[in-house]
Design a protein around this ligand. Structure first.
Ligand code: ZN
Length: 207
């Protein structure tokens, strides 16, 4: 999946389970950010394409990275409140209706860890089902790398398929239009995404 798609999957997943009601907007922002953390292993492409091919969807796409990074992110948020700080400082660049209010929620370390862990864990199956196509090779996901070097991929749609973006953005617009039904809208959005993936996979003979 693309970066915007991963971000929106994380945000919709957090809203669908009602995390915003219990812990405020900070955990929603965290879910959006954490959804992309596994993709740090794509950064080597900036200097060396060969390293990119060997490391992408491996170095950051495994549970050892996910657990370690989730511990660091959760601890750093409790210690430094960097999400609150960055978001409220960004207010000067945002229109009034999009500005972050000061959060009154105290989010426990365990909750921050679970949000970060879950958002990154969801990233793995998302990448498994959106892979290859358009001349690209399938990138196998190795969830237990480096201990267990077996990769998995199940390409239901090719990378770059615009369907997930359309569905996730439509759901995001509906969140704004129907603010009293946030969890319902996000859950419906994710269900539509799953149905789309299964249908496209079936159309391509993968199911
Ligand atoms: Zn990825």
């Amino acid at each position: 999946m693309t970066t915007p798609e991963h971000t929106l999957v994380g945000i919709h997943a957090a809203i669908a389970v009602g995390a915003h009601r219990r812990f405020g907007w900070i955990v929603i922002v965290l879910a959006g950010i954490a959804s992309n953390l596994p993709d740090w292993d794509g950064l080597p492409m900036l200097v060396d394409m060969a390293r990119f091919e060997s490391g992408h969807r491996v170095w950051g796409h495994n549970f050892f990275w996910i657990i370690l990074s989730s511990l660091i992110v959760a601890w750093s948020q409790v210690r430094y409140h960097w999400i609150d700080s960055v978001c409220t400082r960004s207010n000067r660049f945002l229109p009034n209706e999009l500005r972050f209010e000061k959060s009154t929620f105290i989010v426990p370390l365990l909750v921050l860890f679970l949000v970060c862990f879950s958002a990154q864990a969801i990233h793995l199956p998302c990448d498994m089902v959106v892979s290859g196509g358009n001349g690209l090779s399938d990138w196998h996901i190795k969830p237990l790398w480096p201990v267990y070097n077996v990769g998995y991929v199940f390409p239901l749609i090719p990378w770059g398929d615009f369907g997930p973006t359309v569905i996730l953005m439509t759901g995001t617009i509906l969140l704004v239009k129907v603010p009293t039904r946030l969890s319902l809208v996000s859950a419906a959005t994710l269900i539509c995404l799953c149905v789309y993936l299964l249908f496209r996979g079936w159309m391509r003979g993968m199911l």
